[in-house]
Design a binder for this molecule. Structure first.
Ligand code: ARG
Length: 582
């Protein structure tokens, strides 16, 4: 469906033309004085210079040409603005069309296009910690937004499953249990199905090994093990399989708690088979060059104001690095999925890495010139005091613990306020806690840091996830008391609060479009906060269920029903959902 701004701009453009001026002056914008009007056109001010007459004269002539059926107000005011309010009929018809169209008539710029969303970035063998929260939440929301906007979306976790951490674990395991068959180079039999370590043990082995990195002898062993693993040494591959087999179900479990789901669980290891051919090709075409024993792709451009170091492809010791696997992953994605775009969500401290990789990919033709590459670099989540989030003993808080803390806090409220029957407590708690966590994060611009404040995020009032849920639940309860409502048509606004609510609903399409363009789920949060505010205002100022005029009542119900559907669509994009009662 055409956006309201475009629709009324066309009408304004025609009015300019009908009044004898160039139509291009007729662009309408949302009013910056909502106390005076809903929309405005400033074109007469610009036209005045060309037509050499007072702007107010132009504005007056143009305003006369507008159709009163569309605008309840179209006033030319000094020095030459045209202030507009939509007519009740126009607004009613627009909303009724939104109600009847699939996905409220939101335009689908992504039709026929594929986007890969690379987010989460978990590293196997290491428990997820709070640093993994933001890429998971933001990535999931952006992926769902792309999907809603018509794209075919492929979410890929891009596991860190191939790097030094694997070599560290292998080296540590060898020190502890050198007698295991995995370490015997002459062993040709089958390896045990059963892993020599449990998840709990693995979670201890890795940090212990990692803390020994400064020991040069141990570090060398780990490097060699990494290299040999990547070269395909059988015993090490078998250990790797055990690590994956133990780690992955645990990662699945925690991402499930967050309602974060990937279409692909590929990792750095899956890119490995593409590396040799890619490197050989880049060398042959002279794109990759030797530099201090390493093989690099220079990516500095003339227009750069700062130094952009070359993208390292193969280190001097022959090993592949982070950038190598990222480039090889692009090769795989282009070959298998032909995406129009690849979107990466990571900590913003990786900005330079992606700048280098993107340039190398474009320069080398690994992606097409028109393939869009975007990195969304997110800021840090700090503690409520604004300092880096630490556990009491100074460690990094586990993601699972953070979720558990939020859940416990919400559960106590749910129980205390006797919100639902006992059997519903857990399900309701989980939904509210997730909304608190996700909205608390997503309502911030991704690039900005924010402070995690459990109590504030979980509050039922204010700009929070639970407040949005509460609004939805309130509407659901009215609707269920009313009965069947889905077929009721939208009516003209019965009061100013209804009109404000209707105007807010019409902003759905433009909001989603902007959020997509700027990779800013926070704009969707701001939108639903405004919308929920309008719903609650309308609810407080209007007797809905007790209205005696049945036809009027049906109109109220249709309006809040549409509001509920829009709110639920938005929270679904953000990645959470509302309970039945709250
Ligand atoms: N595993 C990486 C990390 O922990 C994040 C991966 C992000 N995705 C990518 N294609 N590089 O930093």
């Amino acid at each position: 469906m055409e956006k309201i701004l475009d629709l009324i701009s066309k009408k304004m453009e025609k009015a300019f033309a009908d009044a004898g001026f160039d139509a291009s002056y007729g662009r309408v914008t949302v009013s910056n004085r909502p106390d005076l009007c809903e929309y405005q056109c400033n074109g007469a001010l610009a036209a005045a210079k060309v037509y050499k007459c007072a702007p107010i004269q132009i504005a007056t002539k143009v305003a006369e040409k507008l159709d009163a059926a569309d605008f309840s107000m179209c006033d030319a005011v000094m020095p030459g603005f045209i202030n507009l309010k939509l007519s009740d009929a126009f607004l009613r018809n627009y909303l009724e069309a939104m109600r009847n169209e699939a996905d409220f008539g939101v335009e689908k710029p992504g039709a026929g296009k594929t986007v890969v969303v690379d987010y989460g970035g978990a590293n196997v063998a290491k428990p997820l910690h709070i640093g993994h929260l933001r890429p998971a939440i933001i990535g999931e929301a952006l992926k769902r937004l792309y999907k809603f906007m018509g794209y075919h979306t492929i979410g890929d976790i891009h596991l860190g499953d191939w790097g030094l951490q694997m070599g560290l674990i292998i080296a540590e395991l060898q020190e502890r249990q050198p007698e295991l068959c995995y370490f015997d180079p002459d062993y040709t039999g089958e390896y045990p199905k059963e892993s020599p370590f449990t998840l709990t043990e693995l979670e201890e082995i890795y940090p212990t090994a990692s803390s020994k990195k400064s020991d040069p002898v141990f570090a060398e062993k780990a490097h060699v093990a990494t290299y040999e693993l990547q070269q395909g040494r059988r015993g090490y591959r078998a250990i790797w399989d055990h690590i994956m087999g133990i780690s992955l179900p645990d990662l699945h479990r925690i991402y499930d708690l967050l309602d974060v789901h990937y279409e692909k669980w590929l990792g750095e290891s899956d890119a490995d088979p593409y590396i040799p051919a890619m490197v050989a090709d880049l060398k042959e075409r002279g794109l990759a060059v030797e530099s201090n024993g390493a093989l690099v792709i220079p990516v500095q451009e003339e227009t750069d104001k700062k130094d952009v170091p070359p993208c390292i492809l193969v280190k001097s010791d022959g090993s592949a690095i982070y950038a190598t696997t990222d480039l090889a992953t692009m090769v795989q994605r282009m070959q298998d999925w032909q995406p129009d775009k690849m979107l990466y969500i990571t900590d913003k401290r990786q900005a330079l890495h992606f700048e280098q990789v993107f340039r190398a990919a474009k320069k080398s033709g690994i992606v097409k010139p028109e393939t869009e590459l975007e990195h969304v670099g997110h800021g840090t989540m700090n503690g409520a005091d604004g300092k880096p989030f630490k556990t009491r003993d100074g460690g990094v808080l586990r993601l699972e613990q953070l979720i558990a803390d939020m859940t416990a806090f919400v559960r106590s409220k749910v129980v205390e306020n006797k919100i639902v029957e006992d059997a519903q407590v857990e399900a309701t708690t989980a939904k509210i806690a997730l909304a608190a966590l996700k909205y608390g994060d997503l309502s911030n611009q991704p690039t900005k840091d924010y402070n995690f404040d459990l109590e504030r995020f979980a509050a039922f009032e204010g700009n929070t996830g639970p407040y949005i849920l509460y609004t939805i639940v309130r509407i659901k309860s009215i609707l269920s008391r009313y009965g069947a409502w889905e077929a009721l048509p939208i009516q003209t606004p019965a009061n100013p609060f209804a009109k404000d609510l209707m105007l807010a609903i019409t902003k759905l399409g433009p909001t989603l479009e902007q959020a997509l363009k700027t990779s800013s789920p926070n704009q969707i949060c701001a939108y639903i906060y405004e919308l929920a505010g309008c719903v609650n205002k309308f609810y407080h100022e209007t007797r809905i269920l007790t209205e005696e005029d049945e036809s009027l009542k049906a109109g109220y119900i249709a309006l809040i029903g549409l509001s509920k559907n829009v709110l639920e669509t938005c929270i679904n994009i953000l990645g959470f959902s509302a309970p039945e009662k709250m």
